[in-house]
Design a protein around this ligand. Structure first.
Ligand SMILES: Nc1ncnc2c1ncn2[C@@H]1O[C@H](COP(=O)(O)OP(=O)(O)OP(=O)(O)O)[C@@H](O)[C@H]1O
Length: 200
């Protein structure tokens, strides 16, 4: 997909400047930057959730988004949380639940699961949509360090297995290293993308 943003402003002030980025299935990118620089704004634009900007986001890749807070259906059990929103078949849903270690939790409601389990369920659901590119907004924040590391490695395994690409938004430099993602720095006011100290 091709992302070409001329700028993005809120109330007349520019948060993002000119940003151009190409990403294909199988490629992994991490957007790093301090709080408030515009990382979530950029990801929402890439996800098609914000179209109020001059420029374009195009391509026929299938996208799937994982937010920091699990956005699960509270009145549906774990298995249904995978099959209903994505329309995937039971075989794929069961396989993914096994891969994320929730094979014993198929009948649980989200409120009966820990935060880490809910995050893994959200991850399984994201892959059940068979994305070409997975978009993740700080998905490992506010987990204890061991759980975060397990979740990062699980994400890497699922990306390897599915062949999906990744755009990860984070402020943790270790995450792109562990996920073998190309690190891009979002900085400046308005913010632009930088790689190895150069604007891209
Ligand atoms: N809907 C909105 N209306 C007005 N301003 C907004 C809106 N959404 C974001 N902003 C502003 O745009 C800037 C970038 O916000 P954004 O959430 O994209 O930053 P971020 O890099 O993701 O931060 P964090 O790491 O803290 O999540 C901030 O100054 C924020 O206040």
């Amino acid at each position: 997909m091709r992302i070409d943003i001329q700028r993005k402003s809120f109330g007349g002030s520019d948060v993002l400047g000119r940003l151009r980025l190409d990403i294909r299935r199988g490629q992994r990118i991490a957007v790093l930057g301090p709080s408030g620089v515009g990382k979530s704004t950029l990801l929402r634009i890439i996800a098609g959730l914000d179209r109020d900007f001059p420029g374009s986001v195009g391509g026929d890749e299938r996208l799937s988004v994982v937010f920091q807070e699990p956005t699960l259906l509270p009145w549906r059990r774990a298995l249904d949380n995978i099959t209903i929103p994505t329309g995937c078949d039971l075989a794929l849903a069961s396989d993914l639940l096994k891969r994320v270690g929730l094979q014993d939790q198929l009948d649980r409601f989200p409120r009966q699961m820990s935060l880490g389990q809910q995050r893994r369920l959200s991850l399984a659901r994201a892959f059940a949509a068979r994305p070409d590119i997975l978009l993740m907004d700080e998905p490992f924040a506010s987990l204890d360090p061991d759980t975060a590391t397990r979740m990062i490695d699980l994400t890497g395994d699922l990306l390897d297995h599915s062949g999906a690409g990744l755009i990860l938004v984070t402020h943790e430099a270790r995450e792109p290293v562990r996920l073998a993602a190309r690190p891009l720095l979002l900085r400046g006011d308005p913010a632009t993308l930088h790689e190895d100290g150069q604007t891209i």
